[in-house]
Design a protein around this ligand. Structure first.
Ligand code: TLP
Length: 344
């Protein structure tokens, strides 16, 4: 067995490339709170252009991008509709409620999709007892469902329903380029119907830090103030925006490799007799039920860790593997070897 640690916990573990480090060193900078950092401006403009929206805002993280968006779309006391398994609801420390004062009407999204009819039924009618429903949140790719890319037809239908009731739509597109890659469509077409998108530079795109929020100019102007309110106004942020430019210009095209490695893992596990559905995993995230090995996910995680393979025990019986730039097809073969020889 090799001694390299094979880190499949998340694509967040990717480290900046040499080119990114060089770009950081050479980045032109200024005080971004005063609107004077040329590299940040360039990244914001490029992000908006790529998404086909008017303006962009550089934020510290996906979580900050999402909460900034919620604060900008809504008023305290309002309600939003979102999936039970979405990141904003499950993994952002309840900021939607403590920071934005919102309630969440959560719908089943186990396979990544909330039923369109359930979205329609979840919108509150005007009534003195009801909060106002003001926002629909979508997540693409859907993390917990297994990196599911929501197709364009669904995106359009969900947004159409939202519009009928005057809701805005925010997309947590942390991995939106994985979705557009898997679906084989332009990212701007996929996000066309939504009002705002948060997408991450620091996941599969390998930047060390940062996410982007994009939307209309008017929305981004108000979001900029909310980001400041959250303490996210940065100064010479060009040094961290510079690698983000490389993420957008050079790291998108290679995501297909990550998807191929995820496929190799799923198909290999299936061949070994694991109960896993190869058709379910279309991007870089794979979920596996560990109860078939007679083990809780945490137990299997520890066993794999002893073999230098890092994974996440996401739920009691659910283990997550995420492929990324620092995982090769040989690494996947080694993981499959360990399953064959040590786990079965
Ligand atoms: N997800 C992380 C963990 O927080 C679970 C991961 O390893 O997958 N939206 C989605 C869909 C995400 O998956 C994440 C991060 C975020 C937002 C938040 O991004 P950060 O970590 O930059 O705040």
């Amino acid at each position: 067995m090799g001694s390299k640690t094979i880190d499949l916990r998340s694509d967040t573990v990717t480290t900046p490339t040499d080119e990114m480090r060089e770009a950081m060193k050479d980045a032109e900078v200024g005080d971004d709170v005063l609107g004077e950092d040329p590299t940040v401006k360039e990244l914001e403009d490029l992000s908006a252009r790529k998404m086909g929206k008017e303006a962009g805002l550089f934020v510290t993280s996906g979580t900050q991008g999402n909460i900034t968006s919620l604060l900008t779309h809504t008023e305290p006391g309002e309600e939003m509709i979102m999936g039970k398994h979405c990141h904003i609801f499950r993994y952002e420390v309840g900021g939607y409620s403590s920071l934005a004062g919102l309630s969440a009407n959560t719908l089943d999204d186990s396979d990544g999709y909330m039923e369109i009819s359930s979205i329609r039924n979840a919108v509150r009618e005007e009534n003195i007892h009801h909060p106002v429903t003001s926002l629909l949140c979508l997540e693409n790719t859907h993390n917990v469902a297994g990196g599911v890319p929501l197709d364009i037809d669904y995106m359009e239908k969900a947004c159409e329903i939202a519009r009928e009731d005057d809701l805005n739509v925010h997309l947590d597109g942390a991995r939106i380029f994985n979705a557009s890659t898997a679906l084989g469509i332009e990212v701007s077409d996929l996000v066309e119907p939504v009002d705002s998108i948060q997408f991450c530079l620091s996941k599969g795109l390998s930047a060390p830090v940062g996410s982007m929020l994009v939307g209309t100019e008017e929305f981004i102007e108000r979001a900029r103030k909310n980001r400041k309110r959250l303490g996210g106004g940065m100064r010479q942020a060009g040094v961290i925006a510079a690698p983000g430019m490389i993420s957008l210009e050079k790291m998108v095209d290679r995501l297909e490799e990550d998807h191929a490695n995820a496929r190799r893992l799923v198909e290999g596990l299936k061949e070994l007799g694991v109960d896993i559905d190869p058709d379910r995993f279309k991007t870089n995230i794979v979920m596996m039920d560990t109860s078939q090995f007679g083990m809780k996910a945490e137990k299997l995680r520890t066993k794999l860790e002893e073999k230098n393979i890092l994974t996440l025990a996401l739920e009691k019986n659910s283990m997550r593997f995420v492929t990324h730039r620092e995982i090769t097809s040989e690494d996947i073969d080694e993981v499959l070897d360990v399953f064959e020889n040590e786990i079965f």
